[in-house]
Design a protein around this ligand. Structure first.
Ligand code: FE2
Ligand code: FE2
Length: 361
């Protein structure tokens, strides 16, 4: 693994990984870097070169993620970078994918209904992503800045501390959900289930940009969960529980809190399943089963019911099997189809004729 270093030419960094162009641009660096080194460009733009290198190396090498090193940077620099990344998603990458999808809808002669379904799925995902980013922009990041300011105040008052009590990194940790799962499903559905025609090139462009956005978001989330969250949680501890904090951190590194995210793919959240809106299909359509040949008949039945919005318990009752068996079938379905979300399974089942739109009304 060859890491980027301060004395490399910035142009060679881009030659080394052209996907870094938008990442570098987030730091305020535009193309036209001439023969300048990374260090020179960073100096010119008043960028912390170590932070810049930590980010581009982490982005380029999946297994190179220097948690300890990244946790030494000023939290304001990290938040600034994360916010610029949000702007890039909102203003550039998401509109680009939408434009490409619209283009595909205009030009494709293949089943337009299928493409409309894909577009709808994308728009739902887009809204989910925008809500996620807005929550962080409006609540989390301003909170982080306030905590940082207070942490660096010599004698914060009780009133100043109280003003921060409405939010915490614990809340952030609880609510910080995966925003890449639907994206993964969308990409996977396009690759597996949509038949392309003369517009193959356009399909590839959409899928390529989905891959790019997914990779960027995974990297972004890694910084939020493993760097920002423990850093700010540590400041909170020092501010709100100073006695315990100093006891706990005496003689050991303060920044040891790990924020491992649990990857939940099969359990249904109540808000995701307004089952009252759905009607149970009377039979399983046979037309789509070819696409799902890896699934057993029972798994097909479970998939059909999941796609229609039924909860695990309801599926168990309907099929007269245990809850444990339903969960086991769902895990198998997710593993075999590589579709992680309920919305993704629904689109998948619709596209393949396993259910029809009237099952969803
Ligand atoms: Fe974010
Ligand atoms: Fe996030």
């Amino acid at each position: 693994m060859k890491l980027f270093t301060p004395d490399m030419k910035m142009a060679d960094v881009i030659h080394g990984n052209y996907l870094l162009m938008p990442v570098i641009n987030r730091f305020g660096v535009s193309l036209g870097v001439g023969e300048k080194t990374v260090r020179a460009v960073c100096q010119q733009h008043k960028i912390d070169v170590d932070f810049f290198l930590a980010i581009i190396n982490a982005y380029s090498h999946e297994h190179y993620f220097q948690e300890k090193k990244l946790q030494t940077f000023n939290v304001l620099i990290i938040v600034d970078y994360l916010q610029k990344t949000h702007r890039y998603y909102i203003e550039a990458q998401v509109p680009l994918i939408e434009k490409l999808l619209n283009n595909l809808l205009r030009k494709s002669s293949v089943d337009i209904k299928q493409l409309r379904l894909i577009k709808k799925f994308f728009l739902e995902y887009k809204q989910e992503l925008l809500n996620h980013l807005e929550r962080e922009d409006v609540t989390t990041f301003p909170y982080v800045r306030k905590v940082y300011r207070l942490f660096n105040t010599s004698h914060p008052t009780a009133g100043e501390k109280r003003a921060l009590s409405k939010y915490s990194m614990h809340v952030y940790e609880e609510e910080h959900n995966n925003v890449d799962e639907k994206l993964y499903d969308l990409k996977n559905i396009l690759i597996k289930y949509i038949r392309s025609d003369s517009t193959e090139q356009l399909y590839q462009e959409v899928i390529f940009e989905l891959f790019r956005l997914e990779k960027d978001i995974l990297d972004h989330t890694r910084i939020e969960d493993n760097i920002l969250l423990p850093l700010v949680a540590e400041m909170e501890d020092a501010l709100f529980y100073p006695a315990e904090h100093s006891k706990r951190t005496a003689g050991k590194n303060a920044l040891t809190r790990k924020m491992a995210k649990t990857f939940v793919t099969t359990e249904v959240k109540p808000s995701e399943s307004p089952q009252a809106l759905y009607r149970i299909p009377s039979h399983i359509s046979k037309t789509g089963t070819q696409q799902f040949e890896e699934l057993t008949k029972r798994e097909l039945e479970v998939l059909q019911l999941v796609a229609c919005g039924f909860l695990n318990k309801q599926i168990a009752d309907k099929l007269s099997i245990s809850l444990h068996t339903v969960i086991s079938h769902r895990k198998n379905i997710t593993r075999k189809l590589q579709i992680k979300t309920i919305a993704g399974l629904t689109v998948c089942a619709l596209l393949n004729g396993l259910i029809s739109p009237k099952n969803l009304t």
